[in-house]
Ligand binder design. Structure first.
Ligand code: C2O
Ligand code: CU
Length: 463
């Protein structure tokens, strides 16, 4: 049996208070291009007891990647894992051949090999980088890092704290449960949900916040499938960006915040004289709220001279609201309790039993997994409207590569741009974007077991 969450909650109390890790300095400056070296390799963590065997994970050699908006980068990715991999820069609008999707935009990087990614981040904001090869396994093992693109000039926050939320499946031996990776039953349900939550790869870490100053918190859901329902700190909190793109105006938020897989929000938080000395962010579970990160609130030595001013907008293509519009629709089907009876897989019409044999239980427009031909083709510069129909009994976290889009779902702040959005069972949404980036782009569910089980396709933007 899996250990209960309560057990882990007890353990997390043992974790000592940690100072905020300063971001790794590893940029080798040159005149034109910032060069980085990212090494993907095995990683060990002592989450429970220093005396016991460490937990074996996979990870990056740095805890965060910080780039500058508009500055060209050359990132050498070195694969020191025993298996092939690739790295996708989730949410960055970059050339198609740098998108890191193995099997679509590049060959996987072999074990022991390396690959150089070169691009210029157009947008400042909160993104993340993760494996895009055998993703359901490699993400579960920990192959991700937060990716922050800094505004130029930098914004006036006194503190800027990234919070990367994950959940892991730990077995009775206190190791990552590898046996259940690929469990088809989970693929057909809500995906792989872990029994141990970490923030920044630690158990309930503690950070210090200073009163009287605007503080930026960057929230990232990197879990395979968990939809976090977050109880926010009891202070003045406002949402200021979604998926790396600033909101038109800050939206104050005291209600729980839904953060689906791959979604990000930036918040600004103000603590004043009335704010308690101790704050937290909690994950709202079925019968209890678990603190997944805590904060000590301290008085600042000096009065802050900084005031929050709205984030500068990114150079997104003009608002895709005008006509003419190219329209397409994508109907999601399949999964447990669904009505999928047959689907096309690798060009063949298969019955549900045959699909299960192939581990394919989800489909877009009746096609399971990557079709030979794109699900739609549009011309560069066209305004595209896609109607997304969730004809399943499950929520899905829909992600479009290479483009940000607007959506008509009112659970989100008005006018928010997304690269990922969660859709409830039975829901329908219209999304709009300008297809301004030529190439073959993935569209998939980011509850990553659903992607593996068929919820993935691709579209072509012709030059
Ligand atoms: Cu986070 Cu296909 O990506
Ligand atoms: Cu899904």
């Amino acid at each position: 049996m899996l250990m209960s969450r309560r057990h882990f909650l007890g353990l997390s109390a043992l974790v000592t208070i940690q100072a905020i890790r300063s971001p790794a300095t590893f940029a080798i400056q040159s005149d034109e291009v910032n060069r980085y070296r990212l090494v993907l390799k095995p990683e060990q963590k002592h989450w429970f007891d220093e005396a016991e065997d460490p937990i074996e994970l996979w990870g990056f050699n740095v805890s965060e990647l910080r780039l500058e908006q508009g500055k060209p980068v050359s990132i050498e990715v070195v694969n020191r894992l025993p298996v092939p991999t690739s790295v996708h820069w989730h949410g960055l609008r970059i050339p198609n051949n740098m998108d890191g999707v193995s099997g679509l935009t590049q060959q996987p990087i072999p074990a022991g090999g390396s690959f150089i990614y070169e691009f210029t981040p157009k947008d400042a904001g909160t993104f993340w980088a993760h494996s895009h090869h055998q993703t359901y396994e490699q993400l579960a093992r920990g192959l991700y890092i937060p990716l922050i693109v800094e505004e130029t000039p930098q914004q006036s926050f006194n503190q800027d704290i990234t919070l990367t939320f994950d959940d892991w499946r730990i077995n009775q031996q206190g190791q990552l449960d590898l046996e259940t990776i690929g469990d088809l039953r989970e693929w057909a349900h809500g995906g792989r949900v872990g029994n141990l939550i970490t923030t920044n790869r630690e158990l309930a870490p503690n950070y210090e916040l200073y009163r009287g100053q605007p503080i930026r918190l960057r929230l990232i859901n990197v879990a395979n499938a968990r939809i976090f329902q977050l109880q926010l700190p009891e202070a003045e909190v406002a949402l200021i960006a979604k998926d790396g793109q600033p909101l038109r105006t800050p939206v104050s938020q005291s209600e729980p915040l839904i953060l689906a897989p791959a979604e990000r929000y930036d918040l600004v938080i103000h603590c004043d004289g009335d704010t308690s000395n101790r704050l937290s962010i909690g994950e709202i579970g079925r019968d209890e709220v678990i603190d997944i990160v805590t904060f000590d609130v301290l008085d600042a030595d000096e009065d802050s001279s900084k005031v929050f001013i709205a984030l500068p907008v990114n150079p997104l293509p003009a608002q895709p609201l005008g006509e003419p519009v190219v329209r397409h629709s994508i109907t999601m089907s399949g999964g447990a309790m669904g009505s999928l009876r047959q689907a096309t897989f690798k060009g063949e019409e298969l019955s549900i039993d045959e699909l299960i044999q192939q581990r394919q239980i989800w489909a877009f427009n009746g096609v399971a997994n990557m079709p030979k031909e794109p699900i739609f083709t549009v011309n560069s510069g066209e305004v595209v409207e896609i109607t997304l129909i969730n004809d399943t009994r499950w929520p899905h976290s829909m992600h479009l590569h290479g483009h940000h889009f607007l959506a008509d779902l009112n659970r989100y702040p008005e006018g928010a741009w997304h690269d990922t959005l969660v859709m409830a069972s039975g829901e329908e949404a219209r999304i709009r974007f300008v297809a301004d980036a030529a190439g073959d782009w993935l569209i998939h569910c980011h509850m990553i077991e659903h992607q593996a089980g068929g919820m993935v396709s691709w579209f072509r933007v012709t030059a």
